[in-house]
Design a protein around this ligand. Structure first.
Ligand code: HEM
Length: 379
């Protein structure tokens, strides 16, 4: 992808209050709440006007900043973290898909919530691209967005809701905490073909992975660190079936996968090459714990994907892995830095994009949607 915008320079750990942006946001909040109250059942008009005002009042300052919503929606971050704490505590296995959602959002059109959009009859969205068919957690994001919308209509972007939710979910399960500067706006483009092109595949080699990450300003360190996210979550047998059953087209297994581990996977989990549904832990025994498990498995040649195993293929990446294995705290600090970097990829700010009302529908699709459901009658 030719990035539409340069990656914003990092302004780590600083709180940049932007008065004009904040007062514009507050004014918008006031207008949006008033409109919501006054326009009653004219849903389509309300949505249209809220989207238009949001577009007009976007800050002219194209920078993410910590606490971007401090004035326009002071409770937004609190609402998100409260919901995450209450729910992820009971379903810790959701943290992994939420983190992956954020990654898949950022690598396609930038961190702009484009992964959350539904396909329409006019376009096939990222969500429906093959690498994204195994994504989960959309409902969770939609629910959080609806809570935030109830507090401040049309103020907080879906892209920010996703970035904050991913961070909070990982933190709740005992993982690292990273800064999430906010002010992302939601993108207007979501194309399945882009997802196929820009998301790295589990069979990628190291050269491909490095160039895939470099395209977004991420280096070898970021690649190794962010791949450490595979310490949580699950994968489908279908993702590794070729590696297990037909590596070179001769019914063989990838010799880079530890033989005992491969044998166990074949006997106990992925019992045949056609298994599309069985899920396997990426870090067996601690799939809900953010720890050094992934790197420990990796150096024993027990990582599931060729793309993970490829991280052992150069002395540079091997030394980054060795460094992580020295301390969990060190890994957390480094992971947090790479996540903050990833969260800035090609973000839309200022007057770019829009603030969606529903994460699955662009503002323009929202009007069509309401019309289709009989809620749009010409005034
Ligand atoms: C380096 C290139 C990467 C490749 C090729 C890759 C590929 C994959 C694949 C194939 C799966 C399993 C999907 C399934 O079968 O259901 C997966 C799962 C996962 N990935 Fe990655 N990934 C990469 C990087 C990342 C990054 C950068 C993150 C986050 C920062 C991440 C987070 C996750 C998580 C948390 C899961 C588990 C999801 C779940 O439990 O539903 N991955 N990845």
């Amino acid at each position: 992808m030719v990035p539409s915008r340069k990656i914003l320079l990092s302004r780590d750990n600083q709180y940049h209050e932007n008065d004009s942006s904040a007062s514009q946001q507050s004014m918008f909040h006031y207008l949006a709440v008033k409109l919501s109250a006054e326009m009653g059942s004219q849903g389509y008009l309300k949505v249209l006007i809220i989207c238009l005002i949001a577009a007009l009042l976007g800050s002219t300052q194209a920078q993410l900043q910590l606490g971007f919503y401090a004035k326009s929606c002071p409770k937004a971050e609190q609402i998100i973290s409260k919901y995450v704490v209450e729910h992820i505590h009971h379903v810790p296995s959701l943290a992994a898909p939420l983190l992956r959602l954020h990654f898949h959002d950022c690598f396609v059109q930038g961190c702009d919530g484009s992964v959350l959009l539904n396909s329409t009859k006019y376009y096939k969205a990222e969500k429906d691209a093959i690498p994204n068919l195994t994504l989960r957690g959309f409902d969770f994001i939609d629910k959080i967005k609806s809570l935030v919308e109830a507090e401040c209509p049309g103020v907080v972007s879906c892209a920010d809701v996703l970035a904050l939710t991913a961070r909070d979910s990982v933190h709740v399960i005992g993982g690292p905490y990273w800064n999430v500067p906010t002010g992302r706006r939601d993108g207007l483009i979501s194309r399945a073909a882009d997802a196929l092109q820009y998301l790295p595949a589990p069979f990628s080699n190291l050269t491909t992975l490095l160039s895939s990450f470099a395209r977004f300003g991420l280096d070898a360190n970021d690649l190794v660190l962010l791949s450490g996210a595979h310490t949580i979550g699950m994968a489908h047998c279908s993702t590794i079936s070729t590696r297990l059953y037909n590596y070179t087209g001769k019914g063989d297994t990838d010799p880079n996968l530890q033989s005992e581990y491969a044998k166990n996977l074949k006997t106990l989990k992925c019992k045949n090459i056609n298994d599309q549904t069985t899920l396997i832990e990426m870090d067996p025994g601690s799939r809900n714990t953010f720890d050094l498990g992934f790197y420990k498995q990796l150096v024993k040649r027990r990582s599931l994907f060729q793309s993970d195993a490829a991280l052992l293929d150069s002395s540079i990446t091997r030394s980054i892995i060795a460094k992580q294995l020295q301390s969990t705290e060190g890994f957390f600090v480094e992971f947090a830095k790479s996540m903050e970097k990833m969260g800035r990829i090609n973000v839309k700010t200022g007057t770019e994009g829009e603030i969606r009302k529903h994460c699955a529908r662009k503002c323009s699709d929202e009007v069509k949607h309401l019309s289709a459901y009989g809620q749009w009658t010409m005034p």
